[in-house]
Every structure is written in structure tokens, then in C-alpha cells.
Write a protein of this length. Structure first.
Length: 232
């Protein structure tokens, strides 16, 4: 009888004193990132790519917390001119089993508020050309002028007609696939590219997300450097 009474008391205590917050499951990953952004004063974009993933228990500074929370995702971190995080952009989920790239740090050249990096492009037939590209997380692909199609060895059969949205409205473009693109020692194969008429580009070519989304990217204004971080 005493044994039964002890069990009843224990059960009652458990119901009165629920598990502590540290014992409860973490909240949704998206909520954790939103809270972290609010706490540290940066903006977090494309959080819909996090889906319904469960959050994680994590400690440390903001960089450590982001690295742990987003360990299953590629993302871009934009730093301001004093080195603090200004924006985090989720780019893609990491595909399990895919070979992991190394980490690379590449010096950039400033063009006003933008960063440019020397990029070596290889066309479908193996022709190679190096060009300075503006780092642009708003561009879905690498963007080049039509005048480079021939120098990279693109034939009409290698391209498809497409439309792209620009600040000045929709424009017709040609879409193809580069054999590879390399920034420093960071190499990505089979990279989508869009060719535009030269005038709308204003002399600029863009390094877009078809390359950048393969890494977690930090653009450091103060150090004038882009860090392409692979996954261990």
C-alpha cells in the first residue's frame, strides 16, 4: 500500500512541476533565426527555405550560433563596414552525400558599394576567359554580355531563349550552362549563365546565385574580402 502511495505522490509531483525549459524541445529553426536577427540587429531573408526544420540548442556568439543553426543550409552573410552582420540570406539546403568544398577567402575590388572578384569561366567547348564580376546575391545566375558568347565558345544550340526581370522591366536573354566557374581556388561545375544585350548591363557582369549558392558566403566590407565557406 505504501509503495502505491509513493507512486501516486511521484506522479502528482511530475504533473505539478513540468519539465524545465532546458528539457523541452527547441522551437522551430525559423523562429530561432528570427529571434537571433532581432537580438543582434540584422535582417534575415528567404527564411521560407528553412521549411519546418526543428531548431537546435546552441550557445556562443552570433557567428557560432548561425554556424550551428544553419549547418544543414548554404547561406550568405553580408557584413557592414565595421564588421557586424548586416544581412543573412538562406540560399539552399545542403544535399546529403554531395562532396563538400573547402573554404576559400578571396580579395575583392570595390566598385562603389559593390564588390567585384576575378572569375575564370569555361564555356561548353572548353574555351576559357577571365573577367571581373560584381558579386550580386540578387542575380539568380551568372550574368554576362552577349559579346562574350563567342569568346566562351557558345553556339546557338547551346543556348535557349528566356526572359529576365530587371530594374527597367523584362528583357529577353539567352540562357546556357558554363562548364565551370572559378573564383580564386573555389571551383563550381555546370553553372547556369544568362547572356544580356550589352547596353542594359552598363558594362557590368554579375556573379550570381548559380555559383554563390554552392557555399556559405560572407562579404566583408571592411576587409574587402569574400569568404566562400564549404561544409566539413
Amino acid at each position: 500500500m505504501n509503495f502505491i502511495r509513493v507512486l501516486m505522490i511521484t506522479a502528482t509531483l511530475i504533473s505539478i512541476y513540468p519539465a524545465s525549459a532546458s528539457d523541452q524541445a527547441p522551437e522551430k529553426l525559423r523562429t530561432q533565426i528570427e529571434d537571433l536577427a532581432s537580438e543582434h540587429g540584422f535582417s534575415a531573408r528567404t527564411l521560407n527555405k528553412l521549411g519546418d526544420d526543428q531548431g537546435k540548442s546552441v550557445e556562443g556568439d552570433v557567428h557560432r550560433q548561425l554556424a550551428v543553426l544553419l549547418s544543414n543550409f548554404n547561406y550568405v552573410t553580408l557584413n557592414n563596414d565595421v564588421g557586424d552582420i548586416d544581412t543573412v540570406i538562406i540560399t539552399s539546403r545542403i544535399v546529403p552525400g554531395k562532396p563538400k568544398p573547402r573554404d576559400f577567402s578571396v580579395k575583392t575590388s570595390r566598385r562603389g558599394a559593390h564588390h567585384a572578384v576575378k572569375t575564370t569561366l569555361t564555356g561548353p567547348g572548353g574555351k576559357t576567359q577571365s573577367i571581373m564580376l560584381l558579386v550580386d546575391t540578387g542575380a539568380s545566375t551568372i550574368v554576362l554580355p552577349n559579346t562574350m558568347r563567342k569568346s566562351l565558345g557558345f553556339a546557338e544550340k547551346d543556348l535557349k531563349n528566356s526572359w529576365s526581370q530587371t530594374a527597367n522591366g523584362r528583357v529577353q536573354t539567352k540562357t546556357g550552362t558554363l562548364r565551370s566557374a572559378r573564383v580564386g581556388h573555389a571551383l563550381v561545375k555546370d553553372v547556369a549563365v544568362n547572356f544580356f544585350d550589352d547596353d542594359p548591363l552598363g558594362g557590368n557582369s554579375l556573379l550570381g546565385m548559380s555559383f554563390l549558392s554552392q557555399f556559405s558566403v560572407t562579404i566583408d566590407d571592411r576587409a574587402e574580402r569574400i569568404i566562400l565557406k564549404g561544409r566539413k
